[in-house]
Design a protein around this ligand. Structure first.
Ligand SMILES: Cc1cc2nc3c(=O)[nH]c(=O)nc-3n(C[C@H](O)[C@H](O)[C@H](O)COP(=O)(O)OP(=O)(O)OC[C@H]3O[C@@H](n4cnc5c(N)ncnc54)[C@H](O)[C@@H]3O)c2cc1C
Length: 414
């Protein structure tokens, strides 16, 4: 979707930036320096909702969402300016992914007028959190092979099955859930996307504790959950097209090209200045090895930023297909690894022995434990390579025994 703005009446980016700078100073608090652990999961969400409400009251929520649904109807350049000005202030960052950049973006792309008015307005006011119910315990990469089912019963649908790795589901209002509604057709053709109220009778949510200590991931169990006909997002049986849209939004979010992300977390090691500060605080700024690490991380960041610009422009002009977003997604993961490794190498033993209240080094090992998440969240890097080879470079498609076979005839390892 192109973001259309009436450029004849839109406020200039510089005037908007100036207005944002003053508003932020008067209305938001300074962010607490990032320690690596962040705010405890349960406190983060109410606070994010409250901050989102403040942005909405101030006229800075949903900068690239249409005004008709509570947004500002402005351009990605306005959004970038706001994010730059907002660095250092406490922002509702928990709402960026997946609520705003993936789920709300998909509702904007696929929803009926009623769904857009109901959900986008609520999301932008901080009244609704949306999450994704896609991955299943049997595996997330073969998304079209999912087995959560929705059966029609009169005007309603009855949902049964289980989803997993849903970030933030325990704090959400709705999950965008892909389910099988037709078992007699090949796997991609029998799917439908639903907006499932998390509080509906029959939905059970269990939280999963990660090695980092976070309990943000959830598993959901659906037992005869009854959904109204208007819970369908997109077309009945058109779930694969809808999910592809959702996944494109996800790739944009993971690759750094989403226009709907507002604010940025000053991640320890994610920015070059923090690497320099880390080298300073651990007494290694003159160490040639540390300087090499900083240089390599810097080079990766420069390339990533130019790649984002190049690929976004090429997709915009049609020079590259939308699947090229996977190039940026793959490079984004490689960039995260480079930074995580650089932070660890520069911190050395301070990463595990450091004082959590000192230069933040005590939390580096916790961050490092989350390092590989960037190669799975938003679809794995292996799947990104598959997409690039097949849909960007035109190489032969990987063999699939279940291609064009009605799903009820496909053998499943149970
Ligand atoms: C931080 C984070 C947040 C997430 N948030 C959500 C969320 O909100 N909602 C949600 O639904 N899911 C979420 N996920 C789950 C994520 O989408 C899955 O982890 C991902 O799709 C991979 O699925 P899987 O973990 O089941 O691995 P599997 O699909 O079981 O794959 C295992 C390994 O095999 C490889 N593999 C599988 N098939 C192929 C193939 N054809 N070719 C080459 N290699 C292959 C994979 O790349 C992977 O390395 C999240 C994951 C992370 C890490």
């Amino acid at each position: 979707m192109t973001i259309e703005t009436d450029t004849t009446t839109a406020e200039s980016v510089e005037s908007f930036r100036d207005r944002a700078r003053h508003w932020l100073k008067d209305n938001l608090e300074q962010a607490v320096p990032y320690s690596g652990l962040g705010v405890p999961d349960d406190e983060e969400w109410p606070r994010a909702r409250e901050l989102q409400r403040r942005l909405s009251d101030g006229g800075f929520a949903g900068i690239c969402f249409p005004e008709a649904y509570g947004g500002q109807g402005l351009t990605p350049a306005h959004q970038r300016a706001f994010t730059e000005e907002a660095l250092g202030y406490e922002m509702p960052l928990a709402l960026n992914v997946p609520t705003l950049a993936i789920c709300a973006a998909a509702v904007l792309d696929l929803g009926t007028e009623e769904q857009k008015r109901a959900h986008l307005t609520a999301v932008l006011r901080g009244d609704e959190v949306l999450v994704q119910f896609l991955s299943e315990p049997r595996g997330g990469s073969d998304l079209a092979g999912l087995t959560t089912r929705a059966d029609r019963d009169g005007d309603e649908w009855v949902l049964n099955g289980s989803k997993i790795w849903s970030s933030g589901a325990y704090a959400a209002d709705y999950g965008l859930c892909l389910a099988r509604t037709n078992w007699d057709v090949p796997k991609h053709n029998g799917l439908t996307l639903f907006l499932v109220p998390v509080a509906a009778p029959g939905v059970t949510i269990q939280r999963i504790k990660q090695v980092t200590g976070s309990t943000e991931f959830c598993q959901e169990f659906f037992d005869d959950v009854r959904l109204p006909a208007d819970a369908v997002l997109g077309e009945v049986g058109g779930g694969w097209a809808a999910a592809s849209r959702l996944l494109q939004r996800e790739r944009e979010a993971m690759g750094g090209t989403s226009p709907f992300i507002s604010g940025a977390r000053p991640h320890l090691g994610g920015e070059i200045s923090s690497l320099v500060e880390l080298a300073q605080s651990t007494g290694r700024l003159d160490d040639p090895r540390a300087r090499e690490e900083i240089g390599a991380a810097r080079a990766m960041t420069v390339v990533r930023n130019q790649l984002i610009a190049h690929v976004s422009n090429a997709i915009g002009t049609g020079e590259l297909p939308p699947a090229a977003g996977s190039i940026v997604r793959l490079f984004g993961a490689e960039n995260s690894w480079t930074h995580a490794d650089a932070v660890m190498a520069i911190a050395g033993s301070a990463a595990v022995t450091g004082d959590p209240d000192g230069p933040g080094t005590g939390q580096i090992s916790i961050d490092y434990l989350f390092r590989n998440a960037s190669s799975l969240g938003g679809g794995s890097t292996e799947m990104a390579r598959n997409i690039i080879s097949e849909r960007v470079l035109g190489m032969p498609r990987e063999f699939a025994a279940d291609r064009d076979v009605p799903f009820n005839q496909v053998k499943h390892g149970r």
